[in-house]
Design a protein around this ligand. Structure first.
Ligand code: KIV
Length: 263
């Protein structure tokens, strides 16, 4: 099996080959996802909710991400792994460098951080040390208090312009990938077409280079109300393996997310 690298993902962007990504937190699912052909996995701080049962991502610690990154790496030795730096673990450059080292040493290929302009200096410092950094804009769950909840972002013209400016600024600072969460499809398309790095969407329509879903959402085991963009791929599938294959194919063919699952 070939290693998935940042060059692989850049080539797919150039060739307009869409790719499916998923969150993963443990060995067994990482191995299953990898065997079904998922090339990119995120050890997301969503584990605060999906694994630890908190009501937000805020309580997650660096040691939690380290632990789960190590487990996922064992199950998916060839996949491209990105891991979140949790809430308040990258506020200062020195702290960001120290925590990034822990995550990369646990097996991640790239770290992901949420935010805009304020990250410029930190991103530059990380990139100067050959760290692959993924940005995350739009609905940034670590800021849910500031954003007054989990709401679609970039609907107003001024917010749309701010998000476009942030995407450019982050790319200029050195990020090599960008996650855009819960933004209108048309805005995600503009960002994707104007950046040279791969853009992965979640609740951002079908016109991004890749899609990502939280694994519990795509397997329909999230209880209660799920966001509009979530599709349960286990419905109509006879196994988890088949559901994952269906997700991969629908993303590749641009079938998911159709307007029913987009803003
Ligand atoms: O933590 C996470 O799972 C994420 C995804 C929602 C992109 O950041």
């Amino acid at each position: 099996m070939e290693y998935v690298t940042i060059s692989t993902l850049n080539n797919w962007k150039q060739k307009k080959n869409k790719f499916a990504a998923v969150t993963a937190y443990d060995f067994s699912f990482a191995r299953l996802f990898s065997n079904q052909g998922i090339p990119v996995m995120l050890i997301g701080d969503s584990l605060g909710m999906t694994i630890q049962g908190h009501s937000s991502t805020l309580p997650v610690k660096i040691k939690d991400i380290e632990y789960h990154t190590r487990a996922v790496r064992k199950g998916a030795p060839h996949s491209f792994l990105l891991s979140d730096l949790p809430f308040m673990s990258y506020c200062e450059t020195k702290q960001a460098l120290k925590n990034t080292a822990k995550i990369i040493q646990s097996g991640a290929n790239m770290i992901k951080i949420e935010g805009g302009k304020w990250l410029k200096k930190i991103i530059k410092e990380l990139c100067d040390r050959s760290i692959l950094v993924c940005g995350h804009i739009g609905l940034t769950p670590q800021s849910f208090n500031y954003l007054s909840g989990y709401k679609v972002q970039g609907k107003e013209k001024k917010d749309e312009n701010r998000l476009i400016d942030e995407a450019f600024l982050l790319e200029e600072a050195g990020i090599k990938m960008l996650v855009v969460e819960c933004i209108p499809s048309i805005l995600a398309q503009k960002i994707t077409n104007n950046l040279s790095i791969p853009v992965i969407g979640i609740g951002a329509g079908k016109n991004t280079d890749g899609q990502i879903l939280v694994m519990q959402d795509l397997l329909g085991i999230t209880e209660g109300k799920t966001p509009k963009f979530v599709k349960n791929f286990l419905t109509g599938s006879s196994s988890i393996q088949e559901a994952i294959k269906k997700y991969i194919n629908e993303v590749k063919e641009g079938v998911y997310p159709n307007p029913k699952y987009s803003f």
